[in-house]
Design a protein around this ligand. Sequence first.
Ligand code: ADP
Length: 463
Amino acid sequence: MAVSHEVDVVTIGAGGAAYPAGFLLARAGLRVVMAETKGVLSGNCLAEGCIPSKAVREVAAQLSRQKGFSTRGLPGELRVDYSAIVARKNQIQRERYDQHLRELEKVPGLSLVTGRARFRDDHTVEVDGPEGLRRLSARHIIVASGSEIFRPSFPGAELLIDSHDLFALDPRVTELPRSLVIVGGGYIGLETASMFRALGSEVTLLERGEQILSGMDRGMVSELAALLDPGIRIVLGAEVQGAEKTPEGVALHYRVRGSSPVTVRAECGMVAVGRRPVIPEGFLALGGTATSRGIVVDLSMQTAIPHIYATGDANGISPLFHSAVRQSLVAAHNILAGGRVVDAFNPAAVPVTVFTIPEAAWVGLVPEVAVQKGIPVMTARYDFSEDSRAQILGEPGGGITLLFEPGSLRLLGGTVVGVDAASLVGEIGIAVAGRLTARDLANFPDQHPMSSEGLGKAARSLV
Ligand code: ADP
């Protein structure tokens, strides 16, 4: 028999799209239950995404930087111990799970139930889990069910690993593959290619399209492509036909635009061809709507059913952890206002980084979109070849491109490739969100000798 509870808010999922709202609402005095199949907070970001992949990537980036210094004061061989890298990655994941648990215990009125949630009606969710069936009735529901790895269907695709196998807690892959072939040149495929190449694997990347990082600003992508380790073998226009097991690992067969088939062999094959939104059972039958991108919401995060919100990867607007966090807070603010819209998500100022070595990042308006949409802009450029920190690090490639509105000189967006790109794009993002102008940037004494002084230097070319 199902146990029934009446609460104020139920979240489906407990990842970045759910728990910030859960904490905020419970601290405001509401009774909140988060239903999560994994039984832990933080969703796929901590389970197999951002955190564990960066735990590996940072070692690779460190190694690559240190190799650069081998002729600049740090001679000597560096050895990669991949099992130690994995052990440390696991430890970081465990520590963060413990930390979240301690935070959760401190908040009365907020609880986590383990199990898969499905809609019974528009105010009731059933959770099937190890403690039996629970029926949760709530005034508001936040669907934060995230996304899952999409697996292609070519013959032999099951022989290939995915990002879960690499980055999950106690992952399947615990030794550095001598050779790795990756299907998919999106950000997950490219980041993985870049970090494993830096760690010493022989890497081939097969991308069906004519550009890696499809959909991203072409200028930024070609600037990045020129700086990636040339040892990463990138094949564009490659249509994978199938995979086969071999004594040493796997063979992948592909064709480039109808030409004769080519086979690439590696110890390990990986797919990274995208993620799909997860839509909880029963949601569509209630009148909720979704496209292939995700659940349809407006920027207040309300679905077609006003007291049901959908946040994070589940709505596909901006499938990034930090967007999920912001969206969950938007939903929470609107719930606290009794469903009135008092807050909305702003997709025009979300910083995004591709954590390759080096990084590429952007926020807001980028050059290619400005051209496509006919938006007039004034562009300011700063090359890292003239940057003191980039010179000190011996990494002078790339630079900062900033786009301003003509006349007002308001900052609309920009791209960064190279040194500190992930940090710089955050600073640019704050300036975009705060509606700062080239004059504001030009007049701000940003620190010397840090790469951020490039923002002011770029802006000064326009004022
Ligand atoms: P986001 O960043 O949008 O929060 P994640 O994919 O990181 O996305 O987190 C979503 C979480 O939702 C995952 O941990 C997943 O296990 C959980 N989840 C998905 N569907 C259900 C469901 N029907 N019931 C409970 N939890 C779910």
